[in-house]
Design a protein around this ligand. Structure first.
Ligand code: KIV
Ligand code: ZN
Length: 390
């Protein structure tokens, strides 16, 4: 008899309002942040990183109000490794049903050189600041910034210190999008195996997309044992952005056969929040963006359109309704065939005979050679022009 096993849960930590907003030009107003936070909460995000409270009075107020209003999600505030930042972050998030402080410091040689700290001095500072945060709340996340370029021995050492000081989530940032899937997995596996106490806390992955590998690196980390993915809507974030929430969530859903991990995201809300984040941040979504791009469910070529009309699974691995999109689209262009033209005529309620259809098709192809897309009005005009051929 087969036994059904409960799937491992992967927590979704959204940082659209913090790392996403750090993207140059993506600043959102107070009201817009509250609206996005509410949408994230409703769609089932587990942790919302609502901002960086020490950064400005506006950021503090936004995090505080999001904390007061949120119903389900844990609300997290970011803090550097000093007690002033940590106290400010706690002041903002303490109103939440479930508050979290996220404190970080750059641990790679390049980042250690900036404050000019020795390995030992930085280790002491990590112990002191994580302990301070833990005295304020029992939900503390710690990140060694630029972890993927930190010496492995030192990374293990500081992660162990953070765990002993009370961190409950250890987030491993690939701050500059430098790692690759196998390395991302190996790093998480090494930390879980080598660091004492590593099997008692949650390891998290936080990837940037500089080489276009953020989603692959995040999923590889999950397969190696990470149980929290940090991500943003539309992959908004510094430089080439962060891991896109919609990509990891849909990948875990569509390929659950090989990645059996569950999230609590209501995927039907993906399209709505994607559009809203694009509007409020002023960052358009590229047409061919995975999952939420305008063309992600659009098919122009004759072979694809014909296949789609017979069985959508021929060219789609997700159903549009699963991300909250009404339907796929078959835009008419020069690559389209007779099947899609006939389908469009039917959809427009236009009846034409076989001879007229032949004529319309010839004229449609010639028009499509001159235009990128042939619209409904063009088709209606072609039907009128060829009406005598019935
Ligand atoms: O990319 C990064 O390292 C960060 C940290 C603050 C977690 O965003
Ligand atoms: Zn980041």
């Amino acid at each position: 008899m087969t036994q059904t096993t409960k799937q491992d849960r992967v927590l979704i930590f959204d940082t659209t309002l913090r790392d996403g907003e750090q993207s140059p030009g993506a600043t959102m107003s107070h009201e817009e942040k509250l609206e996005i936070a509410e949408m994230l909460d409703e769609m089932g995000v587990d942790i919302i990183e609502a901002g960086f409270p020490i950064a400005s009075e506006g950021d503090f107020q936004a995090v505080k109000e999001i904390a007061q209003r949120s119903k389900n999600a844990t609300i997290c505030g970011l803090a550097r490794a000093n007690t002033t930042d940590i106290d400010r972050a706690y002041e903002a998030v303490k109103h939440a049903n479930s508050p979290r402080i996220h404190t970080f410091i750059g641990t790679s040689p390049l980042h250690r050189a900036i404050p000019g700290l020795s390995q030992d001095d930085m280790a002491d500072l990590i112990h002191e600041t994580v302990s301070h945060a833990r005295n304020l709340t029992d939900n503390v996340q710690w990140s060694p910034m630029d972890a993927t370029r930190t010496e492995h021995d030192y990374l293990c050492r500081v992660v162990e210190i953070a765990i002993k000081a009370g961190a409950t989530t250890i987030n491993i940032p690939d701050t500059v999008g430098y790692t690759a899937p196998r390395e991302s997995a190996d790093l998480i596996r090494m930390l879980i195996e080598k660091v004492p106490g590593g099997d008692e806390i949650v390891f998290s992955t936080h990837c940037h997309n500089d080489l276009g590998m953020a989603t692959a690196n995040s999923l590889a980390a999950v397969e190696a044992g990470a149980r929290q993915i940090e991500c943003t809507i539309n992959g908004l974030g510094e430089r080439a952005g962060n891991t896109a929430l919609e990509e990891v969530v849909m990948a875990l859903r569509v390929r659950n056969d090989i990645m059996p991990y569950a999230t609590h995201i209501d995927t039907k809300k993906i399209m709505q929040i994607s559009r809203r984040v694009s509007q409020v941040s002023g960052f358009p979504v590229q047409y061919n963006k995975a999952v939420v791009g305008k063309n992600a469910f659009a098919h122009e070529s004759g072979i694809h359109q014909d296949g789609m009309l017979k069985n959508a699974e021929t060219f789609e691995i997700m159903r549009p309704e699963d991300i909250g999109l009404a339907s796929s689209s078959l835009p008419l262009g020069k690559h389209s065939g007779r099947a899609a033209l006939r389908d469009k005529l039917n959809a427009l309620g236009l009846e034409v005979g076989d001879n007229q259809l032949k004529d319309i098709f010839v004229r449609f192809k010639s028009l499509a050679d001159r235009k990128k897309e042939v619209y409904d009005d063009d088709i209606i005009a072609l039907v009128a022009d060829t009406a005598g051929d019935k």
